[in-house]
Design a protein around this ligand. Structure first.
Ligand SMILES: [Zn+2]
Length: 396
């Protein structure tokens, strides 16, 4: 069983069925209200195959039938929608500043959530606390009557590609943590699909998978919080998340942008995180671990040194956007993470830098939208819940 979302492969049991089921689900997700005939037209599957897959998905509580539509003189067909009533997925983010949990339905709608702002300590006690919160979330009235497809956990560091191990979370000081094994010791958690993924990958996956309408061909999501990470997703019916040889794809916070610059938590010098990250800004403002970065910056917004600090951080973020655009050329860039709470003083210089430093190559191409998620409290938790849904659809 893969520990992060991966598309079905020829080694999966019932490979063809998985492929067809995920293709039908993805078509309904992108085009709510389609009929069986529409799905056959859009996917190239035969009407008989679509009919069989839809019947099983309706019976299993994944799809529901809507109103009858007469189309072009042919037989009327019932519209199809994802069923938001019968299943749920649990998603949790172990963040540097706290735990965030959601229960979602198949439409990506958050049914219940919980934000515990106490920073995690060691892995063992964090697993105990997270399990307690997950059990409480599962008992919420909007969640308890549903069938739970499983549980995903997003973590602030790279996850090994060979095993569900958090390799390193520099901003927590955790090394080689098998977090799902710690959670499995705890009672009351749902069975089903269990996944572990890096928080930026999870957030990127969720933004792509639960995109309203047809998602862009590819997106790059920058998670700007205590650290800086990036997730990349592309694909058609099966989102593909490149993870790299050691699961290190997207660790853009540790790309060096100032040779001989300040020392980073990773041990190197001049990483992007030394200029734009929650931890670097907190150190520069001399904040203790309890203080809110957003409140501190708002209270001192008129101080020239603070304004310059945030502006310089914004420019570094813009530089990262530009470098990502050059290296990956995604169809959409998304900025998220807790630093977005700093608002225009941070994002303004970032977008200015991004647009004013585009070279001739980029200027000739169509402009790429940059979406900003102002409140990304649950983006990663919802994203890893999306991964649980996508993997469950393969393994039904
Ligand atoms: Zn670094």
């Amino acid at each position: 069983m893969p520990h992060s979302f991966t598309p079905p492969s020829a080694g999966d049991l019932n490979y063809l069925k998985s492929l067809n089921r995920s293709t039908v689900l993805s078509t309904v997700r992108r085009h709510p209200g389609v009929s069986r005939a529409d799905i056959a037209l859009r996917t190239g599957l035969t009407k008989a195959t679509v009919g069989g897959v839809v019947q099983a998905l309706v019976k299993g509580g994944w799809l529901r039938e809507g109103e009858l539509h007469a189309r072009g003189g042919g037989r009327p067909g019932r519209s199809l929608h994802l069923d938001g009533e019968r299943h749920c997925m649990l998603g949790a983010e172990v963040g540097v500043k706290g735990l965030r949990l959601v229960a979602c339905n198949l439409l990506g709608e958050v049914l219940a959530s919980c934000h515990c702002p106490a920073p995690p300590t060691d892995p063992e006690s964090t697993a105990v606390r997270l399990a307690e919160l997950l059990v409480a979330l599962r008992e919420e009235p909007a969640v308890s009557a549903r069938h739970c497809l499983g549980l995903g956990v997003a973590v602030p560091g790279p996850v090994s590609t060979r095993a569900p191990i958090l390799s390193l979370a520099p901003n927590l000081g955790w090394v080689d943590v098998d977090f799902l094994a710690l959670l499995r010791r705890e009672p009351g958690l749902p069975a089903g699909t269990w996944l572990l993924d890096n928080e930026a990958n999870a957030a990127a996956f969720g933004e792509f998978y639960f995109f309203e309408g047809v998602p862009p061909e590819s997106i790059a999501y920058i998670s700007a919080g205590s650290g800086i990470g990036c997730g990349v997703v592309s694909g058609d019916h099966f989102p593909v998340v490149p993870r790299g040889h050691q699961g290190l794809v997207g660790e853009i916070g540790h790309t060096v942008i100032q040779p001989d610059g300040s020392r980073c938590h990773c041990g190197n010098r001049g990483c992007a995180e030394t200029l734009v990250s929650g931890w670097a800004l907190r150190e520069a403002l001399d904040l203790d671990s309890e203080a809110s970065l957003g409140d501190a910056v708002a209270a001192r917004a008129e101080e020239p040194a603070v304004r310059a600090l945030i502006q310089r951080a914004g420019q570094a973020l813009g530089l990262l956007l530009l470098n990502l655009h050059h290296t990956l050329n995604p169809s959409m860039l998304i900025l998220g993470g807790s630093l977005m709470q700093l608002g225009e003083p941070l994002t303004g210089p970032a977008l200015d830098y991004f647009t004013s430093h585009q070279n001739d190559l980029l200027r000739q191409s169509q402009s790429v939208p940059v979406k900003i998620i102002a409140d990304g409290t649950f983006t990663a938790a919802r994203g890893v819940a999306a991964e649980v849904m996508a993997r469950s659809a393969i393994d039904i």
